[in-house]
Design a protein around this ligand. Structure first.
Ligand code: DGJ
Length: 693
């Protein structure tokens, strides 16, 4: 038996091998140095009983049918002649380099080499796992899992993520039951419906306490996730590209990175590990994050230069620092049936090009961003008329939002898009692209995603000053594969603050504030028909990377003042808030969605407690905080609402002035918020007191 271990201050992962593919036999709370890993392995081995094989087939990094593994194998495919691929790997070597393991296994008879990398980032606590398969002869793969991890025995439930347009990041608590739970995005993008993430809380775990595991597959192109309980009770989780993603036989296959983390401080420990890892290791977000203004919900396709200039002037006056010109500026794009692919400025709307608008925006002290949807094409476009063969999939396929997808694997398509976008970026001081993607793919196809990545990589290399936002009808591509190449996610097309509150609360399991766009929408929300107060809309946007998306001409003087005030507050706090940990609070009131953003040095925090509905009980329960030093004292001030609330008649402490309490009290018993209506936000600001010991 050979053993290896990866350690950080919080977790240990143990790998064991007996001549074949290694298996993870322990992943959880940090083990003492000196633990006998062979004994550990033996102590956790399953017993044998009647009706079982005479050995327990290993739950290896890539479970093999040739080992009589009783669950989903880690690899499925066939040789060129159609013979099913049933490899039997032998361990060649495992090389350990600090907290990184490189595993190499071969199946000489079949000409196959399996390699895997397991690397633990000891600062962020995030594991990065990736597998690769090399074959001497072309093979057709249907399924290839990233290194497979065991899931905890001591858990009754898993939490996966579903969603829809305007309703992203819905969490589902699902019971572990015998057999497999499959989540698969077959539509060529990570998609609203199947965000590639899984949370595995152990029994009794909440946001703020207990043991939990979290996994995320960093791939934009559609994935498959299997969480399976085997007949012997063991559990495994597999993530990989969606089945069928490999269109043709090939000799090399590589999974995307699977990110994983363990926490013994509740689900928040996983969330903050992911937030930090993404922010500090994967994305590059220029700071300070500028306040956005996006004109989509103000003008849609009706671009009119004087009107846009007026809107820009007002947006700047409200505090916007970047103006993003959304869909409708190119081709003959008067609605969504036409012109995708024709990335030339519409001279009917902009007779002198984009220059006059950009100059006006620059004169207001704002930078300029532009909307593009490069991977798409309308049949009604010059591009389609010239190159109907550039479309991915069948000629007579159904359109989505009137559009089709370009075949991004083609060199000529990539060149055309690069040249079109580069021409715009060279001609104008554009520092931002909102990169949209409003149609699912006809098939999941690895080459399509690699084509997209190549185009993004080339543009980023040649135009490093240009930041890119990933949008796909809102949050349809919010995965870390995209975020390796972009710096912001347009999390949802829902600017309904009530819905956004929940969407961004759940997305914080995977995404930090600095990449999560959140805009103040119109008074009457366009996607829900709901009317919401400006204070609530502004504070919900202030929880993340703030922006505005309403027509500023609709604002009353009072609304404009509230928006200016919250924006000023956000600017004063963004430097630490965009680097803060977002901790989801265990609210004892189902009607309150609350989070605490705490500075990395623990010196200050802000609590956002959004009232999403009317409570069952008549008065609010105290809200318990988290992540504080129990012995330290914190002075907590009610920042919002800053005016008397009709519903609140009592004399609770927060209403009469700042409250100073210990971390122990704030975490143990909590603090009472004023009564409030649904659609309001309580904001508490707090500083840790510097007190002599
Ligand atoms: C979908 C996006 O999510 C919206 O924000 C907007 O950019 C539209 N597309 C434009 O067509």
């Amino acid at each position: 038996m050979q053993t290896w271990r990866l350690d950080d201050a919080r977790q240990t992962l143990v790998l064991c091998a007996q001549g074949g593919l290694p298996q993870v036999t322990y992943w959880g709370a940090a083990l003492p140095q000196g633990e006998d890993l062979s004994v550990l392995h033996a102590a956790n081995a399953r017993d044998l009983s009647g009706g079982m094989l005479d050995v327990v087939p290993p739950l290896s990094l890539c479970p093999e049918t040739t080992q009589s593994f009783p669950g989903q194998p880690g690899l499925r495919g066939c040789c060129a002649d159609g013979t099913p691929l049933r490899p039997q790997f032998k361990l060649r070597e495992v090389v350990q380099d600090g907290q990184e393991l490189r595993v190499a296994c071969t199946d000489e008879a079949r000409g196959l080499t399996y390699t895997a990398t397991l690397a633990l980032d000891t600062q962020t606590h995030v594991l990065r796992l990736q597998a690769r398969l090399d074959s001497a002869a072309p093979i057709q793969l249907d399924w290839f899992a990233a290194p497979v991890l065991p899931a905890p025995d001591h858990a009754a439930e898993m939490i996966d993520v579903s969603g829809r347009w305007c309703g992203e990041f819905q969490l589902n608590d699902l019971p572990w039951t015998p057999g497999s739970h499959l989540r698969e995005s077959l539509v060529g993008r990570s998609d609203h419906a199947h965000f590639p993430g899984l949370i595995l809380p152990c029994t009794g775990t909440s946001n703020t306490q207990g043991a939990a595991y979290a996994l995320h597959y960093g791939w934009a192109g559609g994935h498959r996730m299997v969480a399976e309980e085997l007949p012997d009770g063991r559990r495994q989780v597999q993530f990989g590209h969606a089945s069928g993603s490999y269109a043709a036989p090939a000799t090399q296959f590589e999974t995307a990175p699977l990110y994983a983390t363990f926490s013994d401080i509740g689900i928040n420990g996983c969330a903050t590990a992911f937030q930090r890892h993404l922010r500090d290791r994967i994305v590059t977000t220029p700071t300070p994050r500028p306040v956005h203004y996006n004109c989509w919900e103000a003008v849609y396709f009706n671009h009119d230069l004087p009107r846009l200039k007026d809107i820009a002037t007002r947006a700047a006056e409200l505090g916007a620092e970047r103006f993003v010109l959304d869909d409708g500026w190119f081709g003959l794009r008067d609605d969504d049936t036409t012109s995708l692919g024709d990335w030339q400025v519409d001279s009917r709307k902009y007779p002198q090009g984009l220059g006059p608008l950009i100059d006006h925006v620059a004169g207001l002290g704002m930078s300029f961003g532009l909307w593009l949807e490069p991977e798409m094409i309308n049949r009604d476009s010059a591009l389609f008329r010239a190159h109907p063969d550039w479309v991915l999939g069948e000629a007579d396929q159904a359109t989505g939002r009137g559009q089709l997808v370009l075949d991004m694997a083609r060199g000529d398509v990539q060149s055309y898009l690069y040249d079109s976008i580069a021409a715009l970026l060279r001609a104008h001081p554009i520092t931002y692209i909102k990169w949209d993607h409003n149609r699912v793919l006809p098939v999941a196809d690895v080459a399509q995603t690699h084509g997209l990545y190549a185009l993004l990589d080339r543009l980023r290399a040649d135009f490093p000053q240009v930041e890119i936002e990933s949008c796909a009808s809102g949050g349809g591509r919010a995965d870390w594969g995209m975020l390796e190449r972009t710096g912001r996610i347009w999390l949802s097309d829902s600017n309904d603050a009530l819905e956004r509150l929940a969407i961004q609360h759940n997305a914080a399991l995977f995404l930090p504030a600095c990449v999560t766009g959140s805009h103040v929408g119109p008074r009457l929300c366009h996607t829900s028909g709901r009317m919401l107060d400006i204070g609530f809309r502004a504070w919900v946007a202030a929880q993340r990377h703030m922006g505005f998306e309403m027509d500023p001409r609709e604002l009353t003087a009072h609304e404009a003042q509230v928006l200016r005030d919250v924006t000023t507050w956000w600017k004063a706090n963004r430097d630490w808030m965009m680097m803060a940990d977002i901790l989801r609070l265990d609210s004892s009131d189902a009607a309150v969605i609350a989070e605490q953003q705490i500075a990395q040095d623990g010196s200050r925090f802000v609590v956002f407690a959004g009232r999403a509905a009317t409570s069952a009980q008549i008065a609010p329960r105290p809200l318990r905080l988290t992540g504080l030093d129990p012995a330290a004292r914190y002075t907590v001030t009610l920042r919002a609402p800053d005016s008397p609330q009709a519903q609140s008649r009592g004399q609770i402490a927060l209403k009469t002035g700042p409250v100073t309490l210990s971390g122990a009290a704030l975490m143990g018993q909590g603090i009472t918020l004023p009564c409030s209506d649904p659609g309001t936000m309580a904001v508490l600001e707090a500083v840790r007191r510097e007190e002599a010991p």
